[in-house]
Design a protein around this ligand. Structure first.
Ligand SMILES: *Cc1c(COP(=O)(O)O)cnc(C)c1O
Length: 372
């Protein structure tokens, strides 16, 4: 009888494992900080640090040297402050009605992105509040931010509003040739000049790679830290996340038969099909599945790629291991990680790596490696 090895015992009860390499995260931050040269390098850690886990990511980033963080929501900022009280934390989604005093009391800095938010923040400050805030100026994305004219009218209220940063966000930084980049850069340079006493911030991961002009005083990379692709012209940094699912059974399928729901794919030869214990309930995008004429993503095991066969179910998916005779029940197969870029699976599903990472399922056994 085989003994249960430690690795197997550790993952008992789950259909797969998710390994997060905090060492790679820290190295990616330092790579970006080197590239940003004189600008300060912050980190976007919204969405539970792009799915990898805020509680683990923030200490690793802090140890690498990061002091300034961007979250989307106050609840994320509160978790972050509990981990790292000294951190500067900006809340990108700004202020909802009545939140100003609470946000400031939590030590968080809202990114004010509309005149309604400015008015509410001004009232809080006029009543004696000493919280700090960033001003978001829209330079062409039309999502968040005040107009350049509105910003101009606020320039002499910098101190009254307790502003500590002026920022904007690029809509097309992942497409270096897009004309909106230069237009936004020009508009933001104008905005930054209105607030000469404030640090200015424009670049996300892709913006940081467009040209040094985009870096200003502070850069805010997100996806590049987590090993995702951030543009067409640059390779991703080190992968941080590896997702693996286990083989629950291997079956023989005769040529001409189909696999899975909808019978969308016929196998062309007598095949060995491995059934993996993970599916779309684990955040593996259903659209990455395969059908006749439209091949899907693949998995990776024993040094080889195994194409997905048929649709992805809630808790299961099938891969073709006919050419991988070593494949056995219980084996782990990589779904994405060092051998299969997350963006490759995302492309098979018609989406982006950001979405796969932020949807990482809760059923994997999580392992954090490479941390302090
Ligand atoms: C998410 C976000 C970032 C980080 O973007 P990446 O493309 O992940 O580098 C930076 N700034 C703002 C305003 C964001 O919303």
């Amino acid at each position: 009888m085989e003994s249960i090895d430690d690795a197997a015992a550790e993952i008992w009860g789950s259909g797969g494992r998710l390994t997060v390499d905090l060492g790679a995260l820290a190295r990616n931050w330092r790579t970006l900080a080197d590239r940003a040269a004189d600008a300060e390098t912050a980190a976007a850690v919204k969405g539970d640090a792009y799915g990898i886990g805020l509680e683990q990511a923030v200490p690793a980033l802090a140890k690498a040297g990061c002091r300034c963080f961007f979250v989307a929501l106050p609840q994320e900022g509160i978790r972050l402050k509990a981990l790292l009280p000294s951190a500067t934390v900006y809340v990108l989604n700004g202020l909802l009605p009545g939140e100003a005093a609470r946000l400031a009391a939590a030590g968080l800095r809202p990114v004010l992105g509309s005149m309604a938010e400015i008015d509410e923040w001004a009232a809080y400050r006029a009543a004696g509040g000493d919280g700090r805030a960033a001003l978001h100026v829209d330079t062409g994305m039309n999502r968040l931010g005040v107009t350049l004219d509105e910003a101009a009218a606020l320039a002499d209220r910098t101190e009254a509003l307790g502003l500590s940063l002026v920022m904007s966000h690029l809509a097309c930084a992942d497409q270096p040739e897009h004309p909106l980049n230069a237009a936004q850069l020009g508009a933001f340079a104008t905005a930054a000049r209105l607030f000469p006493s404030l640090p200015a911030s424009l670049a996300n991961s892709a913006g940081l790679h467009l040209s040094p002009d985009y870096s200003f005083d502070l850069v805010r990379p997100g996806i590049a830290l987590y090993g995702g692709r951030f543009g067409t012209d640059f390779p991703a940094l080190e992968p941080v996340v590896c997702v693996e699912a286990r083989i629950v059974q291997i079956r023989s399928v005769a040529a001409g038969e189909t696999v899975g729901y909808g019978a969308t794919q016929h196998v062309k030869r007598p095949s060995r099909i491995a059934i993996l214990s993970a599916g779309y309930a684990d955040g593996y995008h259903r659209m990455a599945g395969s059908s006749d004429g439209a091949p899907g993503a693949s998995a990776f095991l024993h040094g080889r790629h195994a194409p997905l066969v048929g649709r992805i179910s809630m808790d299961l998916m099938a891969i073709d291991v006919t050419d991988i005779p070593e494949a056995r029940r219980g084996d782990h197969a990589e779904l994405f990680g060092p051998n299969i870029p997350v963006d490759q699976v995302a492309a098979s599903a018609g989406t982006i790596g950001y979405e796969l990472l932020t949807s990482l399922g809760k059923r994997y056994r999580r392992h954090y490696v490479g941390g302090a």
